[in-house]
Design a protein. Sequence first.
Length: 565
Amino acid sequence: MCGIVAYVGHRDAYPLIIKGLKRLEYRGYDSAGVALNTGDGLQVYKKKGKVSDLEASLTDENLKSNVGIGHTRWATHGEPSDRNSHPHYSHSGNLAIIHNGIIENYGAIKLNLQNKGYEFRSDTDSEVFVNFIEDIQKETYSSIEEAIRLAMQEVVGAYAIVVMSKEHPDQLIAARKGSPLVIGVGEQEYFFASDATPIIEYTNNVIYLDDFQIAVVRNGELTVKNIENIIQSPYIQHIEMELEAIEKGGYEHFMLKEIFEQPRSVKDCLRGRVNADEGHLVLGGLREYLDDIAKSQRIVIVACGTSWHAGLVAEYIFEELARIPVEVEYASEFRYRNPIIQEGDVVIAISQSGETMDTLAALELAKSKGAIILGICNVVGASIPRISHAGAYTHAGPEIGVASTKAFTAQVSVLTQMAIAVARRKGSLHEDTFRRFLFELERIPEKIEKVLKNAEKVEQISALFSNARNFIYLGRGLNFPVALEGALKLKEISYIHAEGYPAAEMKHGPIALIDEDMPVVFIATKDQSYEKIVSNIQEVKARKEGNCGSNGRRQANSNHGRPRH
Ligand code: M6R
C-alpha cells in the first residue's frame, strides 16, 4: 500500500517527512520520494528501494524547506523504478503530486493530453492526474485549487492526493475520494498523511478528510471545501494513540509485538463492556440497534482477508446463539454484483483499518438499498465507522504489522460479545449460559497469555518446517475459518503456499496431496468435534506410507489418493 506524508509549517520538512515515511514502511512499498520547495525552487527526489536508500542518495543536496510532500509507492501502473516513483512533476514542472489510489480512466485522459503535446516521463496514472490538473488550469485560467476541483469531477477511481507548486511555495492542496487522508492540526503547522501514525508525534488533533473534499493550506490557514466549492467546518478529532503504540518496543518485528499484545488487546476489547460478576454486557455503540438486530431476518457480513475470516467465525456463533441466518461475503464480490437486500436486513462490515475500499463500497451499497449498516472497526474515526449507523470498535490499538494478528482476535472477541448480546435480547440464550459466557470471556486474556508462553516451542517446531513448500491447515466448526486464517498468515509471512480446509473435506480430494512431505496443521480444541478431528488426524497420519512408493516418492494412483469406501 502506498503511503503519504506532507508538511507545511515552521519546521524543517525534510527530516519530518523522512521519519514519517519510515513510520509508514509497515504498509510495504517499493520506492520512495520527496518534493521540497528549497531556495532552488520545486525539487523532486525519488528512488527505487527503501526510504533509507533515498536518504543516502541525498546527503549532498540542499534540502532546507518548510513545506514538502513525501511518498512510498507500491507499484500498480508501471514497474517499480526511479521514474515511476512519486512525486511526479507536471509537464511544466510547476506542480508536483503524490497520489494513493488508482485512476481508472487515466488511459483516455492521457491520450487526450498526448494529443495536446504533453509528454510523460513515467508509466503512472498519477503523472496523468497532475498533468490533467495543469491542463485544466491553463485552459480555464483558474487557480490550482479550482483546477483540482474540476479534475475531480472528471477522474474515475480512487485517490488521496497532495499537490505543491513552484509558484505558491508555502501552499499545499490535498483532496480525497476513496483513499484515506488525515490532516494533523498543529500550532501554525499542518501535517497530511495516509494514516495517523506519522502525525501523532506532533499532534493528536486530526481531521479525517471526507470523500470529495479539498483541503488547502495557504498563509498558515487551513480551508476545507467540498466539490461544490462550499466551505466546510471539519470536525477536529482528538486521537488517543500513544507514540509507544506505534514503535517496536524491543520486539524484532511489529507482528511479533502485536502477537504478544493480544492479552492486553482482548482485555481492552472487553473493558467496560463485560462484567461477569454483575451479569453485565453492554456494547454502547450498538445499544440503539440491538432490537433491530435481534428482530432481523438475516445478517450479511462483508469484509476482506482476515476480517472476512473473523466474519466466518461470527457466522457460527451468531447462528448458534441468536438463531439468525448469517451470510458472509467477500466485500469485493458483493459490491460488484446486484445483491438482494431486504428490508430489515442487517449488514455488518468488519475492517481493521476501516478504510478498505471494497468493504467501504459494499457497505455504501447496502446502505443505499436500505439495510441497517454496522461497522466493526479498529481505527477510531475511520471511514467505515463514519458511514455506519452504529457499530463497535475493537480497541486493539494500532496494528502496524501488515499481517493481521491482534486485530483478528479482537474482531472475534467483539463479534462474540455482539452475538451474545443479540441472543440475550432475542431470548434465545438461557440466563445461566449467558453468565457462563461472560465468565469465559473474561478468562480469555489469561488463556492467551498461557498460549504465548509456548513461543519457544513454536519457534522450535517452525524451524523443522522452514523448508516446506506447502502446508495444509485443517479445522472443524468455527476452527475451519481459523484454519483459513492460519494458512493466510503462513502464505503472507513465509511465502509458503498454504491452504485451509474443513477437516472433513479432506477426503473429497485434497487428501491426494498428503504425503510425508506435506505438513498438516490441525486446529484441535477440546469441543464437541474433538473426537472427529482426532480421527481426521489419524487419517492424515495413515497417509505417510499409504501414498509413497518404496523409493519414498509419491505414486500416481488411479483414484487420486481418495480412500475407497
Ligand atoms: O483493514 P481491513 O481489515 O479491512 O483489511 C482487510 C484485509 O486486507 C486484511 O485483513 C488482510 O487480509 C490482512 N492484513 C492479512 O493479514
